[in-house]
Design a protein. Structure first.
Length: 347
């Protein structure tokens, strides 16, 4: 192997999808596979779940086209919407749905005179203040969108929580109230399609937010959005590499850049094929453990671009080529999303 490798357990993903469906049995499930399915490999995950979910959420048009070109017909939604330089014909030709969150997008749609219809999601800013129309302008903008000839009716509605992972915050209930007020304010109820505000945090902790559509992301892959684990979720990723070499190391000697760690005793050090170039944090805390041959050993010294060093202990029996497994938490998962590591779907 000798390189950073992500191994994905397909059975864990299937288990997580089934568990999340049980939490919201009356809701459709849109599986979020943006950022290369949180580093789990979007094509592999999409093929695995194509007939098991109601749609996939993506960030970029190029991602959606790639999924379609893999002969996957499951509904696709661009959560960031289309960009002004995008070719709208691609959305129609590839049957890709899109969020609508700004005036410029509506202006673009108003200028389209084609006969083919585009399925859209009107994005309401209930408090995230990142994308979407503010509540005071939302009815006007929703009406303008409904008047676009190229837009299919009814129009779906989407929003996003800012603090669903904080169970003590009142922000989530305020955002739900904003969404309810907006829906009540639409005079022609036949224009209202599906409604979605619950991503992973809302799905797991705020049952009243489930609405017609849930949008789990990180939970699909077995990671909790909270500062505590969710026992029912199974981690799908194993992030691993291997020992390059084992070296004798004397007491009082330092190792690595900056010599930030000095061994208090004679020991054996293992050099591992992993570094910040593979997505592993350069500023990892001292003594962060990795798993080798069933036991935890600490990382020592500074993480290099493609190597780290671990203290194996003077009496270790480890050998070059032995597998090294790294813990995967939310913070590390975010780093891995755009790293070119080998992704293996474990079938």
């Amino acid at each position: 192997m000798a390189i950073a490798t992500i191994e994905v357990d397909r059975n864990a993903i299937l288990h997580n999808v089934n568990y999340l469906k049980q939490l919201a049995p009356s809701s459709e499930l849109i599986a979020i596979i943006k950022a290369n399915a949180y580093a789990h490999g979007k094509l592999g995950v999409a093929k695995l779940l194509a007939d098991k979910v109601d749609g996939f959420g993506l960030a970029r048009l190029s991602e959606a086209v790639e999924i379609r070109n893999a002969n996957i017909s499951t509904p696709l939604i661009l959560l960031e919407g289309f960009f002004l330089h995008d070719d709208l014909n691609l959305l129609i030709d590839y049957n890709i749905q899109t969020a609508i969150h700004c005036d410029e997008q509506i202006d673009r749609l108003q200028s389209e005179a084609g006969q083919n219809l585009l399925t859209v999601w009107f994005q309401l800013d209930t408090g995230m203040h990142r994308l979407g129309f503010r509540p005071e302008e939302a009815i006007e903008k929703f009406t303008a969108l409904a008047n676009c000839k190229v837009v299919r009716k009814p129009i779906n509605i989407i929003s996003h929580f800012s603090s669903a992972d904080d169970l003590t915050s009142s922000q989530t209930t305020k955002q739900l109230a904003q969404l309810t007020h907006f829906l009540d304010s639409i005079a022609d109820k036949t224009l209202i399609g599906k409604c979605s505000i619950a991503a992973t945090g809302g799905l797991l902790a705020w049952e009243q937010s489930h609405k017609n559509v849930i949008r789990p992301g990180i939970a699909l892959y077995g990671v909790s959005p909270f500062d505590y684990p969710i026992p029912e979720l199974k981690p799908a990723m194993t992030f691993k590499s291997e020992l390059i070499v084992i070296r004798q190391h004397k007491a009082g000697e330092a190792v690595g850049y900056g010599q930030i760690w000095t061994s208090p005793k004679d020991t054996k050090l293992g050099v591992v094929a992993m570094g910040y170039g593979d997505g592993y944090p350069r500023n990892i805390p001292e003594n962060t453990p990795v798993l080798i041959n069933g036991r935890r050993v600490p990382i020592v010294g500074r993480v290099s671009m493609d190597m780290i060093v671990v203290d194996l202990g003077a009496n270790c029996q480890d050998r070059a080529g032995d597998e090294v497994i790294f813990g995967v938490k939310d913070s590390l998962l975010k780093r891995l999303q755009n790293i070119q590591v080998l992704v293996v779907m474990n079938f």
